[in-house]
Design a protein around this ligand. Structure first.
Ligand SMILES: *[C@@H]1O[C@H](CO)[C@@H](O)[C@H](O)[C@H]1NC(C)=O
Ligand SMILES: *[C@@H]1O[C@H](CO)[C@@H](O)[C@H](O)[C@H]1NC(C)=O
Ligand SMILES: *[C@@H]1O[C@H](CO)[C@@H](O)[C@H](O)[C@H]1NC(C)=O
Ligand SMILES: *[C@@H]1O[C@H](CO)[C@@H](O)[C@H](O)[C@H]1NC(C)=O
Ligand SMILES: *[C@@H]1O[C@H](CO)[C@@H](O)[C@H](O)[C@H]1NC(C)=O
Ligand SMILES: *[C@@H]1O[C@H](CO)[C@@H](O)[C@H](O)[C@H]1NC(C)=O
Ligand SMILES: *[C@@H]1O[C@H](CO)[C@@H](O)[C@H](O)[C@H]1NC(C)=O
Ligand SMILES: *[C@@H]1O[C@H](CO)[C@@H](O)[C@H](O)[C@H]1NC(C)=O
Ligand SMILES: *[C@@H]1O[C@H](CO)[C@@H](O)[C@H](O)[C@H]1NC(C)=O
Ligand SMILES: *[C@@H]1O[C@H](CO)[C@@H](O)[C@H](O)[C@H]1NC(C)=O
Ligand SMILES: *[C@@H]1O[C@H](CO)[C@@H](O)[C@H](O)[C@H]1NC(C)=O
Ligand SMILES: CC(=O)N[C@H]1CO[C@H](CO)[C@@H](O)[C@@H]1O
Length: 792
């Protein structure tokens, strides 16, 4: 009875859904059961994922099986079924398959050549299978093949074959993150149906065939992270092209003008060796990244070609000359990054008045002029303003008070002469304030305002002429630093909230299939499209690619010009920590820093600082602070770096300091401290130089005889003239390398928990230092856990 009902049920079902549930032919069932037997699963303890593959039921109803109406198995989707072991050989019996998806399994092993004989195959998906060996390239020539996805098999080698003249049916070709190599055949132009090509992060080289660009249906082309070279020579570009990513290659030469007349929306050419003037031919583009190339000039009419552009980066090129005022005609621009060039002249007045501009980065150029009169519009969108590292002078412009959304202000390393800009006190959104290396003077108290900075993370006032005592009450207005819980990776994002969410969720689903575990944690993060993070953070880059794919899809599928576009930008800030300048490529909400070093602050250190439970770096060195080190410092549980050197501090070192388990850098040298140095595991790792120059200090690691006189205090640039090595140190190089590491470490750190990051960080740091200072190993020995950079 039961079987009869069952049969009737199946019959009914089959009538309703004939294509899917038609009854399976006996020998097909045998083959499938045979296949099931041959499969191994990663977690044998768990219920087998193919429980429905049971001889007493119709095989066309089994999970992952698709049949034709006459019961032939034509589709197998066994993706993400914990299948393991080199089992591809057991698919030889299914030569009539149209669709085979084995993605996200740990199949490993090589790909057998017989798939090339699957004459009906339309879709082959072997992405994320840990495959190795050489992929049999005849499979690309299966005439029915429409999509092939071999991505994320980083040991899978191979090359692309010549393609026959006869029009191929291939629409989508993904080989990203494989070890495919060789050059692209010109005959790829015969695959007239191709719309998506993703060959990113492979080992391809040679020139990019121009035939690629004339594929009539091509909409997504991603060749990033390869070794493509030569000039970009193409005469005609597919009018369907939407996304072009050629970043991280060795492309060179000038890009000839007026070649594109297309719907291109995203162009990413960053990290190549392209030269000449910035190309101006993509009026439809919304995202243009030309950073890290050798482009030398900006055409004066550039703005006329940017009328739709939201993101425009020319950072880290070789640009000279003035910033063309026409750039202000790009009225939709939200992010403009011209940093790290040799641009000169004044900042065009109209730039800061652009209404939609959220990010303006002109840092590290050769800009001159007074900024006192810079005008900001009433409804300014400015969130990030970076003009540090120029030759700007004058006072902090009063109109900045109108930037009610400002989060990051970096005007450091200029020649600004002003008192503390109290007008910023009313901007409650401020997170990062960098005034370092200017001529600021006077006290930092703001008597005429009650404004607070509840989210402030970085305050860098170093190398100015600030003076006076610091009142405890001041600190109370900096709430973020008092937070107790760890923050999460937080980048500053633009675009409407919902759009951002869409991108984030797309990212989350696609990121999880990346085999690299470190990427999995990115679920809650909107990966950045901005180049800075890509440059310095390979993990993020990996996720970026998926984010890119996601956003481009959204882009392609929409008619509304603005939909699906979400821009992001990472703030990079150079800070001094642990005696070295370093560039923090991504500012985490977890990263907090106070640097008041090299000023004339005096009086006692307010005990309230001890309430900054989330403070990572505190540098009060080279001032005239007096009194004792507050014992409340023991409350700063996450403090990693504490520099109080070269002040007039007296009294004992509070034993509470020894309880700061994260503290990896400590400098109390050249004060008037007395008594015994606390003993703890942590303190025993600090070198004598952490304590030297205090007449009254004794105990490990200082030698017993501490009266023999001290070496002279370190000079302003952090190098001791007496350090006994004759090695010229290239501080730029170190700064760059540390920047790289920190950017990576910080991003990973928040994902993998602070502790693991720390281990990694110190190992990486140590390796880099060994490279730069080969003598390091003998000096500090291989047993030292931490590296104290300011020894030199
Ligand atoms: C194909 O299936 C038959 C059973 O139908 C089985 O005997 C044979 O071994 C299978 N061949 C392969 C290569 O799996
Ligand atoms: C197949 O399914 C039937 C009923 O659902 C069950 O009684 C039988 O044990 C299953 N066989 C196997 C091999 O799992
Ligand atoms: C794979 O399967 C596991 C468990 O069923 C699930 O948690 C995970 O999200 C799946 N991954 C993908 C990429 O579908
Ligand atoms: C398997 O791959 C095919 C095409 O390659 C795709 O349509 C299908 O959605 C994939 N299955 C899963 C579960 O991702
Ligand atoms: C291959 O399968 C994965 C799921 O594992 C899917 O995300 C991807 O889109 C598929 N590729 C193609 C080309 O359909
Ligand atoms: C593919 O089929 C041809 C002829 O049908 C045969 O000669 C060849 O050996 C087959 N290739 C593989 C790898 O099975
Ligand atoms: C990638 O291929 C090259 C040869 O082209 C080989 O030397 C290298 O080991 C391969 N890498 C991996 C991860 O398989
Ligand atoms: C270029 O695009 C414009 C519209 O955007 C169109 O009017 C013109 O005909 C196109 N030119 C060519 C050569 O395709
Ligand atoms: C910066 O500008 C000054 C003149 O204002 C010039 O002498 C100097 O060479 C410029 N530096 C660079 C790197 O362009
Ligand atoms: C900095 O500005 C002061 C006056 O404000 C001026 O005397 C000095 O020459 C400037 N320094 C540089 C390096 O431009
Ligand atoms: C600040 O607050 C105090 C009392 O809370 C008030 O008397 C004073 O007027 C306020 N100052 C400003 C500038 O708002
Ligand atoms: C050529 C290249 O950039 N390969 C990288 C691809 O991504 C993996 C991580 O998944 C890196 O390890 C490779 O170096």
């Amino acid at each position: 009875m039961k079987t009869l009902l069952h049969y009737l049920f199946l019959l009914c079902f089959n009538i309703l859904l004939p294509a899917v549930h038609s009854q399976c032919i006996k020998d097909q069932q045998q083959s499938l059961l045979h296949l099931k037997k041959s499969l191994q699963f990663d977690q044998p303890s768990r219920q087998t994922p193919l429980i429905s593959w049971n001889s007493s039921t119709d095989c066309c109803s089994w999970v992952g099986v698709t049949c034709t109406s006459d019961g032939h198995v034509v589709g197998l989707d066994l993706s993400n079924k914990t299948i393991s072991g080199p089992i591809l050989g057991s698919f030889a019996n299914f030569s009539n398959l149209r669709v085979l998806n084995l993605s996200s399994n740990t199949i490993s092993g090589t790909v057998p050549g017989f798939f090339a004989n699957f004459s009906k195959l339309t879709s082959l998906n072997l992405s994320g299978c840990w495959l190795n060996g050489i992929f049999p390239n005849e499979i690309f020539q299966v005439p029915t093949l429409q999509t092939i996805d071999l991505s994320a098999n980083f040991k899978l080698g191979g090359s692309l074959p010549e393609f026959p003249k006869k029009i191929g049916s291939l629409q989508s070709l993904s080989l990203s993150e494989t070890n495919f190599s060789g050059s692209l055949p010109d005959s790829i132009g015969n695959l007239k149906m191709l719309s998506t090509i993703d060959l990113s992060n492979c080992s391809f080289h040679g020139s990019i065939p121009s035939s690629l660009f004339s594929l009539p249906l091509l909409s997504q082309l991603n060749l990033s992270h390869n070794q493509f070279s030569g000039e970009l020579a193409f005469s005609n570009v597919s009018s369907n092209l939407v996304t072009l990513d050629l970043s991280f290659n060795n492309l060179e030469g000038q890009i000839s003008v007026s070649i594109f007349n297309s719907t291109v929306k995203t162009v990413d050419l960053h990290s190549n060796k392209l030269q000449g003037p910035i190309p101006t031919f993509l009026p439809s583009a919304k995202y243009l990244d030309y950073s890290i190339n050798n482009f030398s000039s900006i055409p004066s009419n550039i703005g006329d070609f940017l009328t739709n552009t939201l993101f425009f980066s020319l950072s880290s090129n070789n640009l000279h000359g003035l910033i063309p005022a026409s750039i202000c005609n790009a009225s939709n621009l939200q992010i403009l990054n011209l940093s790290n060039n040799s641009l000169s002249g004044m900042i065009p007045q109209c730039l800061t008045a652009m209404r939609h501009l959220s990010v303006l980065n002109l840092a590290r150029n050769n800009l001159t002029g007074s900024i006192s009169n810079v005008e900001v519009t009433e409804d300014s969108s400015l969130q990030i303003l970076e003009i540090g590292g120029n030759q700007l002078y004058g006072k902090v412009p009063k109109s900045l008070a109108k930037c009610t959304m400002l989060e990051v202000l970096n005007i450091g390393n200029n020649n600004i002469t002003d008192s503390f800009p109290c007008l910023l006190k009313n901007i409650s959104t401020l997170r990062v304030l960098i005034l370092r290396s200017n001529n600021f003077y006077g006290g930092i108290e703001c008597l005429n305002t009650n404004g607070t900075w509840p989210g402030v993370q970085i305050i860098d006032l170093a190398h100015n002429n600030f003076s006076g005592e610091i009142q405890g009450i001041l600190w109370r207005t900096w709430r973020e630093m008092m937070a107790t819980e760890n923050g999460s990776l937080s980048t500053i994002a633009f675009g409407s909230h919902t759009k951002r969410k869409t991108l984030a969720s797309m990212t989350a689903t696609s990121c999880t299939r990346v085999s690299d575990k470190s990427c999995r944690g990115y679920k809650n993060v909107v990966p950045s499209r901005a180049h800075e993070s890509c440059l310095s953070d390979p993990t993020n880059r990996l996720c970026n690619r998926y984010a890119d794919a996601g956003s481009s899809n959204a882009d392609a599928g929409t008619s509304n010009a603005d939909d699906g576009y979400s821009l992001e930008y990472s703030v990079s800030v150079t800070v001094t920590s642990k005696g070295l300048e370093m560039e923090l490529v991504k500012i985490l909400s977890i990263f907090t820093l106070i640097d008041f070093s090299s000023n004339n602050f005096s009086g006692p250190i307010p005990t309230e600082i001890g309430e900054f439970k989330a403070l990572c770096v505190l540098n009060l060195s080279r001032n005239a602070f007096t009194g004792e080190i507050p014992s409340k410092f023991g409350n700063m549980q996450v403090l990693e770096s504490l520099d109080l050197s070269q002040n007039k501090l007296s009294g004992h070192i509070p034993p509470q300091l020894a309880e700061l388990t994260f503290l990896s850098f400590l400098d109390l040298s050249y004060n008037q401290l007395v008594g015994r140095i606390p003993t703890s595991n942590q303190f025993s790792t600090f070198p004598p130089s952490s304590f030297t120059g205090n007449k009254g200090l004794r105990g490990f690691p200082l030698t017993v005889d501490n009266k023999a006189g001290f070496p002279p205090p370190p000079t302003m640039n952090g190098r001791s003239p007496n350090s006994g090595h004759h090695h010229e140190v290239n501080w730029d190089l170190i700064s760059a390398e540390i920047g790289f590491i920190v950017g990576f470490g910080v991003a990973v750190g928040s994902l993998v928990s602070c502790k693991r990051w720390r281990k990694w960080y110190y190992r990486a740091m140590y390796n880099i230092l060994l490279k730069i200072f080969p003598q390091l190993e003998e000096r500090i020995g291989i047993h030292r856990k931490h590296v104290h950079i300011n020894q030199w």
